[in-house]
Ligand binder design. Structure first.
Ligand code: PMV
Length: 341
């Protein structure tokens, strides 16, 4: 038996990923840029059971103390199949995950979930992967998980299977205020919503063109330390994504009246001289980008509109424990350089 435990945090995109160029390899149609959070960690332990192998045996997946038996188990098993194929193993695994993100509410629970799973599963199956390799691997579980491997402010490159990974970029100090309006599951998952947007939204081609341009603008703004520009690009890109999604048929609308009220309150904060910019993923919750000195003021201004949590810029995924033959040393952070080029 080998076992490994990893911790990962969610990330919130400043420039969104919405749409795949290749669904089987989980290649995005555009690049994206995110900030990792230092709240809502997911802790995942993978135990490889060498006594249980072959096609007839099952993996198990326990999430927040409950044995999972639905589609989430299938996603975990498919991901473990990929890790097994890289490791040349047919041994089954037990996955135990504690997720503090409101699961499925459009707060990137799949990002921290698959980043922690990739890191723990790779170690438990004896693979010693670089940060870049782990980022590529996490991508196959969930697109946004690619960016939770490096943490911090990160760019996820569009590209082929090899070229599509996330890496850290220099950026000014930033903070976020998460305004949770509804912690329940979203009405339609991002995979299906992306498929429908690509197939039916007349705005999708413009989304791809404009987002590709925005990634370049965002990288330049981050490198220049221009927080105002970063904020303006962030809010604009989020609204463009939601407009594109709303253009699908039948339409998909994630933002509710209460979400829009947060966008309005953020605009009022700006008018009062506080730099704050709103964004939202595939759900009604709104995340507000601000500077560390303003985060407490932003949080108290928005407290009446939802459940408010402040976050700084968070760390990348890391292995915290590993036991058994061939597992990597948890004390060593994954190399930022390639190990398998
Ligand atoms: O990681 P996925 O496949 O659930 O997609 C996430 C998509 C958004 O959260 C809406 C945007 C993003 O870039 O994180």
């Amino acid at each position: 038996m080998t076992t490994a435990t990893a911790v990962a945090h969610p990330n919130i995109a400043l420039v969104k990923y919405w749409g795949k160029a290749d669904a089987s390899l989980a290649l995005p149609a555009t690049g994206s840029v995110s900030m990792g959070l230092d709240v809502f960690p997911t802790t995942t332990t993978v135990t490889v059971d060498d006594g249980v192998a072959g096609r007839e045996a099952w993996d198990t997946f326990t999430l927040n103390g409950h044995l999972v038996e639905d589609g989430a188990l299938v996603r975990v098993e498919q991901f473990l199949d990929l890790v097994r194929s890289l490791a040349g193993s047919s041994a089954r695994a037990h996955v135990v995950s504690e997720n503090t993100v409101p699961t499925g509410a459009g707060l990137a629970s799949s990002a921290s979930g698959f980043a922690a799973l990739a890191t723990a599963a790779a170690a438990a199956y004896g693979l010693d992967l670089s940060q870049r390799d782990l980022s590529r691997l996490a991508r196959r579980g969930s697109g946004s998980a690619t960016r939770s491997i490096p943490g911090g402010v990160a760019v996820w490159h569009a590209g082929d299977d090899h070229g599509s990974y996330a890496e850290p970029i220099p950026a000014p100090p930033m903070a976020m205020v998460v305004v949770t309006i509804d912690a329940g599951p979203k009405p339609i998952g991002s995979r299906e919503a992306m498929r429908r947007t690509i197939a039916t939204s007349p705005f999708y081609p413009s989304w791809v063109t404009s987002t590709t341009e925005t990634v370049g603008d965002m990288l330049a703004a981050c490198a220049a330390g221009d927080f105002t520009r970063i904020g303006e690009l962030t809010e604009s890109n989020a609204l463009r994504m939601h407009a594109t999604i709303e253009g699908a048929f039948p339409p998909i609308r994630y933002l509710t009246a209460r979400s829009v009220a947060v966008f309005d309150a953020v605009a009022e904060l700006r008018a009062a001289g506080v730099e704050a910019y709103a964004t939202a993923d595939a759900g009604p919750n709104v995340v507000v980008l601000t500077q560390p000195a303003d985060r407490a003021a932003v949080a108290s201004a928005l407290a009446g509109l939802g459940d408010v949590i402040e976050s700084g810029t968070g760390p990348g995924a890391r292995l915290v424990r590993s036991e058994g033959p061939g597992t990597p040393d948890p004390g060593v952070a994954p190399a930022t350089q390639e190990s398998t080029e």
